[in-house]
Design a protein around this ligand. Structure first.
Ligand SMILES: CC(C)(COP(=O)(O)OP(=O)(O)OC[C@H]1O[C@@H](n2cnc3c(N)ncnc32)[C@H](O)[C@@H]1OP(=O)(O)O)[C@@H](O)C(=O)NCCC(=O)NCCS
Length: 137
């Protein structure tokens, strides 16, 4: 597989909106285009990460890979690229929130040194707690 990491543009909105389990509408993607990093496999968009950089801190507020492309290391490579970009941009810390039920995402984050530093009780609609995680870059 050949993976390419690039900024998303308006032409990618259809492909991005089709990524499952994100809970984002087209409008969300449109609003985040300038801040998102897209990963394309053999020219086709397969994943997206959205980060905000605030005062030396990178907030990872969304990362997703389309269902049929999961489990092959693409999420790992996407997060790695996104965090490296944030580091080059002067960030020294990264933070995020994740549902305690999202085992796949939690394990992915742990691979980059993210550790649980807090918890918001029953934060999500399904009653799950949000875990607050951070990592130094
Ligand atoms: C989280 C997500 C981005 C991972 O993408 P991916 O391309 O499947 O991830 P990778 O193949 O790079 O796997 C990275 C690590 O995540 C963990 N992981 C991935 N899928 C997993 C699963 N189904 N169960 C448990 N752990 C899993 C593993 O630790 C894996 O490392 P390993 O392959 O060395 O064991 C993907 O599952 C996804 O898009 N989920 C829906 C959206 C979401 O919940 N995003 C996070 C909150 S915004």
């Amino acid at each position: 597989m050949t993976l390419l990491f690039r900024e998303a543009s308006g032409a990618d909105i259809d492909a991005l909106s089709a990524i499952e389990d994100v809970g984002w509408t087209r409008a969300h993607f449109e609003a985040e285009l300038g801040r998102g990093l897209l990963v394309a496999e053999d020219g086709e968009p397969v994943g997206f990460a959205a980060l905000r950089e605030v005062a030396g801190e990178a907030q990872v507020y969304m990362i997703a890979v389309r269902r049929r492309s999961r489990g092959r290391g693409i999420g790992h490579r996407l997060l790695e690229d996104a965090l490296n970009r944030a580091k080059r941009g002067g960030c020294f810390r990264a933070t995020l929130e994740v549902s305690e039920k999202n085992t796949a995402a939690i394990r992915l984050y742990e691979e980059f040194g993210f550790a649980i530093v807090g918890r918001r009780s029953k934060y999500y609609n399904d009653g799950a707690d949000a875990l607050l995680m951070d990592a130094s870059l």
